[in-house]
Ligand binder design. Structure first.
Ligand code: NAI
Ligand code: HPV
Length: 524
């Protein structure tokens, strides 16, 4: 049974996939209400109210996935999640339209003083001259951050005959042209816009993007909107420019601290606000809840997620295609890790044949996770493997080759340690399964699973029989035996598989024979 904690207000209807799943037990409680049970949850679902800190992750020892029913993940410590192998997913598409519509509504309200007029009329005033507004028609709108929401907003602004200028360092000129917007530098956008709205995520680069210095470059009388994240427009700087009358008005849906208490912006009549309502529509809430509910369920049942922040996103189709190879590389990594009993500096993997056309970065993550699992005492998976490798100073890289050695596909891995290198080559044969076809330059053919002994010995008559007899005397049944050698009379290898783990004492007794060079136990 999977334990799922829904810590924020998320649509019940949207959560139906989880509520109806027979293998899920769903709890709707704030984190503070289940302090004693935090270690039991497999999945955590949040919106923007819950902050997923490193401290919380430490308490949630069993956590496998954090799902954000919305876009912004600035309330989740992604690095700490990744380090712990916890997948973070979001629902990037479900609230785009609602947020674009809300921003548009805020813009129209701002320039026509609708909230102020509403308060005035309800106060039994009739002061028409105090609320003379400005048309949107023929005005210049500056959109900072031209992603899903920014581009939806642009469509609506153009329908109102506004000229749309955008600043987005990740947007190509050709895409801007295709979308019919004017791509500018930030400074040029600030200089030309009558109204500026921000639609970037909150990151270290966008925090305070509009500050005392940049806001000084805007037109006198400019209007500003923030329906993205508190802090993208520095609140203290905005208050200053409102105070001196440089900024004519602002519409704010999001705040640096929510709910805002002693926020200076709340003191200005020309600032209109909403309590983080961008995504608060029935439609958006149903969409995002459904998106994360399906994804969490898929993930818990071992399937790919459709929108991950810290894992390459794969379609079901692609996931099914790469699965045999991720299992193979995990095993290759595990064999390597156990055969190479010394610190390693570099892991290099070469893909050839059909596998080379697949999502190899994911397959390499599996390889690293198989390798590292046998070296460190924390849980390693595809989420945190590359981060842990980097932390440990292990470099890794991928190559593509066309030398398939006659197989449909092969994966060769070379590990460099302090004193030697070690290599392994595997293949996946359809309807037959994974095979290891070369180990440390010895051609061989074995199925990488179960309890194995990897024996290096001198190639001379009687060795294989002696090993078989010694094990037989100890009543140990050999399930399979594969042998390989490079040249007659030189060094040779045996790969034995067993139905059970072979004890240290057995290995020690086998090592007594003079023809045995090394014996390595491999557990897969
Ligand atoms: N008020 C609300 O309730 C809601 C707020 N949001 C906020 O809106 C943000 C944007 O959402 P989407 O449009 O869906 O995201 P998106 O990822 O589609 O778009 C973000 C855009 O910002 C651009 N960008 C990134 N760094 C930038 C920088 N330094 N300068 C300029 N542009 C930069 C990116 O290239 C991208 O095009 C979210 O991250 C979230 O914080 C989202 C939904 C609801
Ligand atoms: O999706 C987002 O980024 C939002 O800001 C929406 O936040 P909420 O889920 O309404 O708390």
């Amino acid at each position: 049974m999977y334990e799922v904690l829904v810590a924020d207000s998320i649509s019940n209807e949207g959560l139906a996939p989880l509520l109806e799943a027979s293998n899920v037990n769903l709890t709707r409680k704030k984190v503070t209400e289940v302090e004693d049970l935090l270690h039991t949850y497999d999945a955590l679902l949040v919106r923007s109210a819950t902050t997923v800190t490193e401290d919380l992750l430490d308490k949630m020892k069993n956590l496998k996935i954090v799902a954000r029913a919305g876009v912004g993940v600035d309330n989740i410590d992604i690095e700490a999640s990744t380090k712990r192998g916890v997948v973070v997913i979001n629902a990037p598409n479900g609230n785009t339209i609602s947020t674009a519509e809300h921003t548009f509504a805020m813009m129209a309200s701002l320039v026509r003083h609708i909230p102020q007029g509403n308060i005035s009329v309800k106060s039994r005033e009739w002061n028409r001259s105090a609320f003379v507004g400005t048309e949107l028609n023929r005005k210049h709108l500056g959109i900072v951050g031209f992603g899903r929401i920014g581009s939806e907003l642009a469509k609506r602004a153009k329908a109102f005959n506004m000229t749309v200028h955008v600043y987005d360092p990740f947007l190509t000129t050709s895409r801007a042209e295709k979308l019919g917007v004017d791509l500018l530098s930030l400074d040029d956008l600030l200089a030309v816009a009558d109204i500026i709205t921000v639609h970037t995520p909150l990151t270290k680069d966008t925090k305070g993007l509009l500050n005392r210095e940049t806001l000084a470059k805007t037109k006198k009388g400019v209007y500003l909107l923030n329906c993205a994240r508190g802090g993208i427009i520095d609140e203290e700087a905005l208050a200053y420019y409102l105070e001196i009358g440089h900024v004519q008005g602002a519409a704010i849906d999001v705040f640096e601290v929510e709910p805002p208490t002693d926020n200076p912006l709340l003191n200005f009549d020309q600032v209109i606000t909403t309590p983080h309502l961008g995504a608060s529509t029935k439609e958006a809430q149903l969409n995002v809840a459904e998106d994360v509910a399906y994804d969490v369920l898929r993930f818990l049942e071992g399937n790919p997620v459709s929108s991950s922040i810290n894992l390459p996103t794969l379609s079901k189709d692609v996931f099914e295609k790469i699965q045999p190879f991720t299992s193979l590389t995990k095993q290759l990594g595990a064999v390597l890790s156990q055969c190479m009993k010394e610190p390693v500096q570099d892991i290099s993997v070469t893909y050839a044949g059909t596998v080379a056309d697949l999502e190899t970065t994911y397959i390499t993550r599996s390889l690293l996770s198989g390798f590292l699992t046998h070296r460190i005492d924390r849980s390693v998976n595809e989420v945190n493997a590359s981060m842990i490798a980097k932390e440990r100073g292990i470099t890794f890289g991928e190559k593509i080759s066309d030398n398939t050695q006659g197989y449909a596909n092969i994966i060769e891995v070379v590990v460099k340690g302090e004193s030697r290198t070690f290599s392994i080559t595997g293949t996946y044969i359809k309807d037959y399964g994974p095979r290891v076809i070369n180990i440390d330059s010895f051609d061989i053919d074995f199925y990488p699973e179960g309890h194995l002994l990897y024996i290096r010995h001198t190639d001379q008559p009687g060795v294989i029989g002696n090993v078989g007899k010694a094990l037989g005397d100890l009543d140990i049944n050999i399930a399979t035996m594969q042998v390989g050698r490079k040249q007659k009379g030189g060094e040779a290898i045996m790969m034995l598989t067993f139905d059970r783990l072979i004890e240290d004492a057995t290995i020690e007794s086998l090592k007594q024979a003079s023809e045995i060079v090394t014996i390595q136990r491999i557990e897969l």
